[in-house]
Design a protein around this ligand. Structure first.
Ligand code: UDP
Length: 467
């Protein structure tokens, strides 16, 4: 059926699960606001996902090439090679796509579904080259940040030279941020300094052309990081539009938006939800380290022993690639109190009243999901922005605990058991839960009609509709 649209946006995520989820969700918000959204991903990523759910989507899909059509990132000799080739081949194939879409669109005066010229390109800041392509076509360019504003401001300071490496100070003072210790910084700057110099350059490079973007959209909530957001807004047309959880878990305004819809992993939906069904309120620890983190065998064994030895139930996501590191007898010894799955519907799990605590790697999406659903966290950061997210979880929002690792960087079972007890049973745990509920309500208000994120999205839509 023909539908009247106010504008047409192309959205290009970085092809990783934690980047695709927020951008696809934002696409659905745009459609809700009567903006046609075309989601553009590499052929290789498209082939790796289950498309059943995306077929019911209100969002349109197109593919471009990342230069590795037959295997994507895994086929590249290194991440560096992948990023470089994606930029080269992606710029060209995105230009071809924009050419195709502008030819189709140019003959139409009434705005109908199929023939609609593109007005705006929204691109993940991990793909800064997209802005150059958009500008070549005279389009509005909107950068989309998938990390917190706190983290982005730290990388921006590096770009500007107002933060210098190697870090020598024991306390780091940056405008509108809490006082940071070196270990609170993104891992490439301290913990892994010198180990991933490519990542460091790459993340700082995001800011090379951001000044040319017409909009900077951030998957965060104003109320969560208002000081640093205000600071960034002095430089860029930044708008907070998060969190991008499925609408059913927030404002319930977008019909059928109950899932992330595009996954490279197959979630065990029924198994998880049925298992949770008969568990008492707040009796389960949910454990997941996201889509990328790979733990050592020793760490997996410690976690397994720690979880089996707690007084609580546990639901643990162990991706297929991590499974060989589990103790061999884990199915028998954990069957009474634990469920281990290769992937789960995380947001649905976190929203279940049986879940009382989330042992997390503190990826930004997982952090926002736990905050939005009022679940206290135990943070086990591994790399990248996770230690900075943990800093805010513990010291700013006060909704979680930081585990201490031993000299080998391993979380020992005794420490895990102690933390679980503290979150699930102590006075401090009760306070964390109360804080978590406070943030949950604030976040809900920000997404509801008239809230900060809702207003920002409405403003963005109104402006691009005038293009
Ligand atoms: N996720 C999921 N099922 C799982 C584990 C994770 O759906 O079993 C989702 C989770 O809800 C989040 C994303 O995968 O949206 C992970 O993103 P995050 O930024 O937390 O971590 P990353 O995977 O990027 O390290």
């Amino acid at each position: 059926m023909a539908k009247q649209w106010k504008a047409h946006c192309l959205l290009l995520p970085h092809p990783l699960q934690g980047h695709v989820n927020p951008m696809l969700q934002f696409s659905k918000r745009l459609v809700y606001h009567k903006v046609k959204a075309t989601f553009v991903i590499p052929h290789s990523f498209w082939k790796s996902i289950s498309t059943e759910s995306s077929s019911k989507s209100s969002v349109a899909f197109e593919t471009i090439s990342d230069g590795y059509d037959e295997g994507g990132r895994k086929a590249a000799e290194s991440t560096e090679a992948y990023i470089e080739r994606f930029q080269k081949v992606g710029s060209q194939t995105l230009s071809e796509l924009l050419d195709k879409l502008s030819k189709n669109g140019s003959c139409d005066c009434v705005i109908y579904d199929t023939f609609l010229p593109v007005d705006c390109v929204i691109y993940d800041t991990f793909l800064p080259w997209v802005l150059d392509v958009a500008k070549k076509f005279g389009l509005i360019g909107a950068a989309f940040m998938t990390q917190s504003c706190t983290v982005n401001s730290i990388y921006f300071h590096l770009h500007q030279g107002t933060l210098k490496l190697p870090i020598k100070e024991s306390k780091i003072l940056l405008p509108r941020l809490p006082e940071l210790e070196p270990s609170d910084l993104p891992s490439f700057l301290y913990l892994h300094y010198g180990m991933y110099s490519f990542f460091w350059d790459y993340l700082v490079e995001h800011f090379s052309n951001i000044g040319k973007a017409d909009w900077v959209l951030s998957n965060t909530i104003y109320e969560l990081e208002h000081e640093v957001v205000d600071w960034m807004r002095e430089m860029w047309p930044l708008r907070t539009i998060g969190p991008t959880l499925p609408s059913i878990f927030l404002d319930e305004r977008i019909r059928d938006d109950d899932d992330y819809d595009m996954s490279t992993f197959k979630p065990k939906n029924d198994i998880c939800m049925e298992w949770l069904h008969d568990k008492p309120k707040a009796s389960v620890i949910y454990v997941s380290f996201g889509s990328l983190v790979s733990l050592s065998e020793e760490q997996m064994q410690e976690l397994a022993c720690g979880l089996i030895d707690t007084d609580t139930y546990f639901l643990w996501v162990v991706r297929e690639s991590e499974e060989p590191k589990l103790p061999k007898n884990i199915p028998e010894i954990s069957s009474e109190k634990g469920l281990i799955v290769t992937w789960c519907p995380q947001v649905r799990v976190l929203s279940h009243e049986a879940v009382g605590c989330f042992v997390t790697h503190c990826g930004w999406n997982s952090t926002l999901e736990a905050l939005s659903l009022g679940v206290p966290m135990i943070g086990v950061p591994n790399w990248s922005d996770q230690s900075t997210n943990l800093k805010t979880i513990v010291d700013v929002w006060k909704v979680g605990l930081r585990v201490s690792m031993d000299e080998k960087g391993i979380l020992r079972q005794e420490v895990l058991k102690h933390c679980v007890k503290e979150v699930m049973e102590s006075e401090k745990g009760k306070e964390m839960k109360e804080n978590a509920i406070k943030w949950k309500n604030l976040i809900r208000n920000s997404v509801n009609e008239g809230g900060s994120s809702d207003q920002n999205i409405a403003e963005f839509v109104a402006k691009i509709s005038q293009h």
